[in-house]
Design a protein around this ligand. Sequence first.
Ligand SMILES: NC(=O)c1ccc[n+]([C@@H]2O[C@H](COP(=O)([O-])OP(=O)(O)OC[C@H]3O[C@@H](n4cnc5c(N)ncnc54)[C@H](OP(=O)(O)O)[C@@H]3O)[C@@H](O)[C@H]2O)c1
Length: 337
Amino acid sequence: MTEPAPGYSKINWLYEMYYGFRPNQPKFLPKDYPDLTGKAAIVTGSNTGIGASVVQLLYEKNCDVISVVRTEEKGLAAREKTLKEIPNSKGSITVVGGCDFLDLNNVRPTAHKVTEILKGRPLNIIIHNAGLMSPVNTGTSVQGYEAMFSTNVMGPQLLQHFLDPIFLKKDDPLKRIVWVSSCAHLMGFKEYGINWENPTFEGVPIKQRPRNMTLYGQTKAANLLQSHAWALKHSEAVQKIGAVSVGCFPGNLSTDLTRDWSFINMFAPYFLGTALQGAYSELYAALSPDLTTKDHGAYVVPYGEVHNPREDITAAYKNGSDLKFYQMVEELISKYF
Ligand SMILES: NC(=O)c1ccc[n+]([C@@H]2O[C@H](COP(=O)([O-])OP(=O)(O)OC[C@H]3O[C@@H](n4cnc5c(N)ncnc54)[C@H](OP(=O)(O)O)[C@@H]3O)[C@@H](O)[C@H]2O)c1
């Protein structure tokens, strides 16, 4: 069991929610990014939305990007568009299809393909960007897990498990992992955002599941816990290689995330930011020299600054509840190792 979570300030809660809709302008922009010639990055869910913009910005800086997607054709179409728009890059974009986190058996073959593409060269950046925000609470994965938990939490941690041996090497000074979270972490469960008894809701009848945004909020609180716990779990290697693992709320943005939310879509362009602005947030998390090994678990907010997450998440970083959560997920996913 974890320590009971402390309460959190409703005023901070409201402020952080409000900030998501009225963020400061980005300060860390492509002109500030380093040249990424010879560097390799993995971006999941990069056929559309924020992920597609992140790939473009990395590729523009000559990075070799591995675009991990579930539908290969969509990934190839996004790649074509980027190659046309940015004809002079010295980098590359390689698409790895078939990585649908709604079936965890897809993750091992995905990691295998990534390993083959890298052929032993350094892996510098991993951005766990793929995500699902379902308008209903009925989704269930092939293995019987709540769909958003399988997609946003179990899939990324399983992929990271396979990437750890490739990533955790002292082969290059640039080593970053970004776990894409959200201000929706504020809407997660009371105890560190997590429904500790059964976070996957396996075996729970749909009618007894909480509302969709509580389930989504749980997954985005989980991403923050993962960002800190991963660094704790690997603390020795992480210190040795100078790797940095952070969470990132990219912004409230008009993307395909709300493709099934007809009401939001009607008004989205009027009150939401763009995928490109979200990419600025994720690339602040991936590239800014402001973030160091002292910043594991940092909550990067739009469009590239650091705030405090909900108070109980900060407490989890200190009392080890983040690591307990990480280990709990690890037990669940170990069947797919
Ligand atoms: N947009 C926002 O306002 C916002 C706010 C806070 C946080 N975020 C986070 O930002 C990240 C990117 O979101 P976005 O706004 O760019 O959304 P998006 O345009 O819908 O892109 C999401 C990506 O994730 C992929 N994906 C969805 N379900 C998947 C699954 N089961 N397995 C593997 N990949 C899957 C999608 O693939 P398909 O195209 O094949 O479905 C797509 O490539 C997500 O983690 C999201 O939670 C977004």
